[in-house]
Design a protein around this ligand. Structure first.
Ligand SMILES: *[C@@H]1O[C@H](CO)[C@@H](O)[C@H](O)[C@H]1NC(C)=O
Ligand SMILES: *[C@@H]1O[C@H](CO)[C@@H](O)[C@H](O)[C@H]1NC(C)=O
Length: 159
């Protein structure tokens, strides 16, 4: 928490208007059912909205790939993000693939499971990210995302 306060303070002083953990969200975000970035709400007075149509999250099985799924998050520019995979019963589910060319993300552990979510690696504004995920649950999966647009705004419940 102290580290987060410092980041918020520095950002405010520099007036760059950028927020988000510089090197990715902490695992608490994907331990939470709504994936709310609580540190932004508590330390940066950020407010969140539910996704309306600002963001589109798609998952397309890659033909002939034996369970690989291409996941794309597209919408208004955002600096930070978390995308996770769950069972229909909201249990975290692997596996995101950590290394692809042009990676803009890193995998995360949530509820002590590795590679069940991904987050940003920098604060550059982006309007689209593409992830690869391996289905190990026979097509029974749901993807969920949160984006942090800037110091004051985040969007949750992107499905
Ligand atoms: C993760 O594992 C640690 C150590 O076993 C445990 O204390 C903690 O409650 C676990 N967290 C979750 C979210 O399951
Ligand atoms: C944050 O993003 C929202 C949504 O795009 C925008 O309306 C708002 O002006 C932005 N605020 C700052 C401080 O950039």
């Amino acid at each position: 928490m102290n580290r987060m306060l410092v980041v918020c303070g520095v950002v405010t002083l520099l007036a760059v208007g950028s927020m988000t953990y510089p090197s990715g969200a902490p695992s608490q975000v994907c331990d939470d059912v709504s994936m709310t970035p609580t540190y932004h709400a508590q330390n940066c007075q950020a407010t969140g909205v539910n996704n309306d149509d600002q963001y589109i999250l798609t998952a397309e099985p890659v033909p002939g790939s034996n369970g690989r799924v291409k996941v794309t998050l597209t919408g208004d520019p955002f600096m930070g993000f978390v995308v996770r995979a769950t069972t229909p019963g909201e249990e975290n589910l692997g596996q995101f693939i950590a290394k692809e060319s042009n990676v803009e993300f890193q995998t995360m552990s949530c509820t002590n499971l590795t590679n069940v979510a991904v987050t940003h690696i920098d604060r550059k504004p982006k309007s689209s990210i593409t992830l690869m995920w391996n289905d190990q649950n026979n097509g029974n999966y749901i993807f969920q995302a949160t984006t942090v647009q800037n110091i004051t705004e985040y969007v949750i419940n992107i499905f």
